[in-house]
Design a protein around this ligand. Structure first.
Ligand code: UDX
Length: 428
């Protein structure tokens, strides 16, 4: 198949690379020339396990290339995958500007175009597929010359290649069952559970998935607060309830809360879509409220321990929104750092991969160097090198001895054996 993927973000880049690995001829489009040049030279622009070697192999086989020339490639290819960003417009509503730009390009293609399948992979509010289809019809495009399919992506950052190769489900929102066959072929007939449904149902499925994950996290974070008040242990509660197959063990790690490009904006977008139809999304509101106030638990804990936080030297390990990624978008660690800076603390941060840093802080290139002379060390992201840190070395380098485990990921007794004071919320 000849495929054009529009947008070289996490979803577009990984999807394009994996589809070419399945044997298709793929061209990925992006407006950023620098990004396109790097990718064409085999340099992956994101920290994603297994992506760079696959990308280099596919470039060598000449089944994958990157380009800024959207016009030429859209015209030539039978499948156009839309994987552009759908950010929040600031009020929670999804901004469809980039989707609109792609439609404008498709509208401008000649009417005698061969049949084209437009696959919407970007996360879009319910009704977007119909909107795209109607716009193309209104622009004069013959209804028999194209189809618009919703095929939401469920990959996680950090394990995106694995998730694409081992999907637990593939959701196809379309109008003709033949479209399911086309998507199955596109994915190299991967063994998976396929759902063929309406575009609206496919669109809602994506939001429901992320909303449920966020709900699980906020649920366990609320239980964490109750554990803290009664001196219980949230880690044991989570492990025990997770044994029940109706609950399951995943997404029950209490801590600083969820972040990243997807969960926060998708909860807000779903909330917005609900309100648009006169529904009061009480649960979604609560999920967000709990998530946003998680950072306060840790700042309160530290204030209770130290009194004022003014002029305290605090080291934060972890800037990425989760381990194994360089992504810092909507990172809870940034929210924590902002809160501490407001209290007058001096912050030094270290992260093994983070691509961005908050303003007005020192960033260290070395994990151990970063704790030199610090009063407090906070673990804000559960990276493996933090979990396996040499705590005796940390103790020798620090001025103070407080370790705050804001991800409930450390072995408290190992930390204490090194002569450090281990603090967490809801772990007694
Ligand atoms: C998410 C969905 O998991 C994925 O299916 C979808 O396609 C895109 O959005 P991602 O953004 O990569 O993926 O992050 P995810 O692994 O879901 O983690 C989100 C956040 O929740 C992170 O900040 C993480 O630290 C936090 N989290 C996760 C918890 O606080 N506790 C947990 O138990 C799990």
């Amino acid at each position: 198949m000849n495929i054009c993927v529009v947008g070289c973000g996490y979803v577009g880049l990984t999807t394009g690379t994996v589809l070419s690995h399945f044997g298709h001829k793929v061209t990925c489009i992006d407006i950023d020339e620098g990004k396109v040049d790097s990718l064409n030279s085999g340099k992956c622009i994101i920290h994603e396990d297994g992506l760079e070697p696959m990308l280099q192999k596919q470039l060598e086989c000449e089944t994958l290339k990157f380009s800024t020339d959207i016009h030429t490639h859209m015209r030539k290819n039978e499948i156009i995958i839309i994987a552009v960003g759908t950010p929040s417009n600031g009020t929670g509503q999804t901004d469809l500007t980039y989707i609109d730009q792609v439609i404008e390009y498709i509208e401008s293609l000649k009417a005698d175009q061969h049949f084209q399948t437009i696959v919407i992979k970007s996360t879009v509010p319910p009704g977007t597929n119909d909107y795209v289809r109607n716009r193309l019809l209104q622009s004069g495009r013959d209804k028999d010359s194209f189809s618009v399919i919703s095929n939401p992506e469920f990959l996680r950052e950090g394990t995106a290649v694995y998730d694409l190769l081992h999907p637990d489900k593939i959701v196809v929102g379309g109008r003709d069952p033949l479209e399911l066959e086309l998507i199955r072929k596109m994915y190299g007939y991967l063994p998976s559970k396929y759902f063929f449904t309406s575009p609206i149902t496919a669109e809602i499925t994506k939001y429901a998935s992320n909303a449920f994950l966020a709900t699980k996290i906020s649920f366990i974070n609320e239980i964490q607060r109750i554990c803290e008040a009664y001196k219980g242990d949230v880690s044991v509660v989570a492990e025990a309830i997770g044994c029940d197959p109706r609950i399951g063990p995943d997404f029950l790690k209490a801590g600083l809360g969820y972040g990243g490009y997807c969960l926060p904006k998708d909860i807000q977008s779903l909330t917005h879509s609900a309100i648009d139809k006169g529904i009061v999304p009480s649960l979604l509101h609560a999920v967000e409220r709990v998530n946003h106030s998680q950072v306060d638990l840790y700042i309160d804990l530290l204030e209770k321990e130290m009194g004022t936080l003014k002029d305290r030297d605090i080291t934060v390990w972890g800037l990425a929104f989760k381990p194994n990624t360089d992504d810092t978008r909507d990172s809870p660690s940034f929210r924590l750092i902002d809160g501490l800076v407001d209290k007058g603390s001096e912050i030094t941060a270290y992260d093994p991969a983070a691509s961005g840093t908050p303003k007005a802080i020192n960033v260290s290139k070395d994990q151990y160097e970063s704790v030199k002379g610090s009063d407090v060390l906070i673990i804000a992201t559960d990276w493996k090198p933090f979990i396996e840190a040499d705590w005796k070395r940390v103790k020798a380098l620090m001025k103070g001895s407080i370790i705050i485990d804001a991800r409930n990921c450390l072995n408290a007794s190992i930390v204490r054996q090194a002569g450090l004071k281990y603090l967490a919320v809801g772990r007694h």
